[in-house]
Design a protein around this ligand. Structure first.
Ligand code: GLC
Length: 477
């Protein structure tokens, strides 16, 4: 089976969010399971020089973007056993940052076209093009409109995976008509039209042979108006071709037993885990105390992640006997909130308003509790890492959080974390207090939760098998 992943980011080349973790790790597992999986990405100027220097050019041709003919180079790099192709055009991609430019529609229209046209030139004929998020949403549309009558493309199937329905790639219809060379009937409400413009994501959701998203619960939620971002009726309409497959994490990268960033490696030993806490307290200038529960928040500081709930009850949280360690960047008001909290409560709060991979690993290892009260969460990766690093998650029951964290039940002893259902600050606070109660007063319960976490498997193995089954099904359509 030959699969091409088309995406706009992948670890270790370019990352703004969880998408990059998925594209950087799932292909490895699929290859382990015997598939020929290759990945194609834009060649951003931001990709670290070590990788750029190691790339070799395999093709150079021109691609039409509207009436313009644009240069396109394809470069290749083997990384960790995976073939990565990079679409090179310095005018579009040699910039600082990945997204947020005025010509976004054109950059990704170019990318989508380039991906398709590169295939015969690379002599790679995938069975499935697996498209991720809005940036690649026009691939299924263009394939059906312009290419599928050609023998080379005839059998190629497409899958569109939603990592976050909120980002839809909506642009002016005039611009897209010019760029994509699609007829008028592609721009009606039943086709690409959305909010008066036209949407890349909607294109993927309508024209791909199958749709997936990154958890079972999110697959159900997005068929309702609350989570559906105005696409719920389309998703209900296609519900038979929509499946949820939960993300895994790279078990080699995220392994507290071998993690090179940790002060002390461990797997199941709480005393060893605690040495990481003491080291972090020292480093951040917090009181050095093994008993005080450390709560971690490792996240982009945006509304989606439930930051407004925290804002609402922050003073109550700070009145508890805890330490709060925050790592991440995001909206200025949230950054300010934590900066202020660290200033007024230097003995309780450490605000690391940056992103730093090593520090992230150290915080997962050091913390006792991991807070993730998201408003919505397609899958979520932080809680999976937390489970593996035995930092007990406190999450809202939504999307992938609901599917991966089982609520602790003191009567039967099962569960791997603490959960609440309504998007309500006091429900979150209550749940946090409940977790702290067990941490402080019921050692046995705490050890039980640790045991339960140990049993979970959040590697890619099972999910990759589900993708393989889905690829087969799609090929037999
Ligand atoms: C997006 C989602 C997140 C998911 C990730 C990878 O970042 O917000 O929930 O884990 O994509 O699929």
């Amino acid at each position: 089976m030959r699969i091409l992943f088309a995406a706009s980011e992948a670890v270790p080349f370019a990352k703004t969010g969880g998408l990059a973790d998925v594209i950087g790790s799932l292909p490895k597992e699929l290859i382990r399971q015997g598939l020929d999986v290759r990945v194609i990405l834009p060649k951003y100027g931001d990709i670290p020089a070590v990788y750029q220097e190691a790339m070799t050019s395999v093709a150079v041709f021109d691609v039409y973007v509207g009436w313009r003919r644009q240069y396109i180079g394809i470069e290749v790099l083997q990384h960790d056993g995976v073939t990565f192709y990079f679409v090179d055009n310095e005018y579009y991609f040699k910039r600082t940052g990945l997204y947020g430019f005025g010509d976004e529609a054109e950059r990704f229209a170019f990318f989508c076209r380039g991906v398709i046209e590169a295939l015969p030139i690379l002599d790679f004929q995938p069975d499935v093009i697996h498209c991720h998020d809005w940036q690649t949403g026009m691939i299924p549309v263009l394939l059906k409109a312009h290419y599928s009558h050609l023998p080379f493309f005839h059998q190629i199937r497409t899958i569109a995976t939603i990592h976050n329905l909120k980002y839809q790639g909506v642009f002016s219809q005039t611009v897209l008509k010019d760029l994509l060379g699609l007829s008028e009937d592609h721009f009606t409400g039943l086709a690409l039209e959305l909010h008066g413009g036209a949407s890349f994501l909607k294109g993927g959701l309508l024209y791909a042979d199958r749709i997936t998203t990154v958890s079972q619960t999110y697959a159900e939620e997005i068929q309702t108006p609350y989570y559906g971002e105005y696409l719920d009726s389309l998703l209900r309409h296609r519900s038979h071709q929509l499946t949820g497959i939960v993300n895994g994490i790279d078990y080699e990268v995220f392994d507290p037993l071998t993690d090179p960033y940790l002060v002390v490696n461990y797997r199941d030993s709480l005393p060893k885990k605690q040495e990481n806490k003491l080291a972090l307290q020292e480093r951040f200038g917090l009181p050095i105390d093994g008993h005080v529960p450390m709560i971690a928040l490792v996240t982009r500081l945006v509304q989606q992640k439930g930051l407004d709930l925290i804002q609402h009850v922050l003073s109550e949280i700070l009145s508890l006997d805890i330490q709060l360690v925050v790592l991440g960047t995001g909206e200025a008001s949230y950054e300010q909130m934590f900066r202020e909290a660290a200033r007024t409560h230097p003995d309780k709060v450490s605000a690391q308003l940056t992103f730093n991979e090593a520090l992230a690993h150290q915080i997962y290892a050091a913390s006792d509790l991991f807070l993730m009260p998201s408003q919505f969460e397609p899958c979520g990766i932080g809680q999976l890492i937390a489970l593996r690093y035995r930092s007990v998650p406190i999450v809202r029951e939504t999307g992938g959080l609901k599917d991966t964290v089982q609520p602790y039940n003191e009567f039967v002893g099962d569960g791997t974390g603490f959960t609440f259902s309504h998007y309500n600050a006091h429900d979150m606070l209550h749940t946090l207090r409940r977790a702290l109660f067990f941490y402080k007063n019921d050692r046995e319960a705490w050890l039980r939760i640790q045991q339960n976490m140990k049993k979970g498997d959040f590697s890619w193995k099972k999910s990759a098998q589900q993708y393989v089954a889905l690829y087969k099904e799609t090929m037999n359509d």
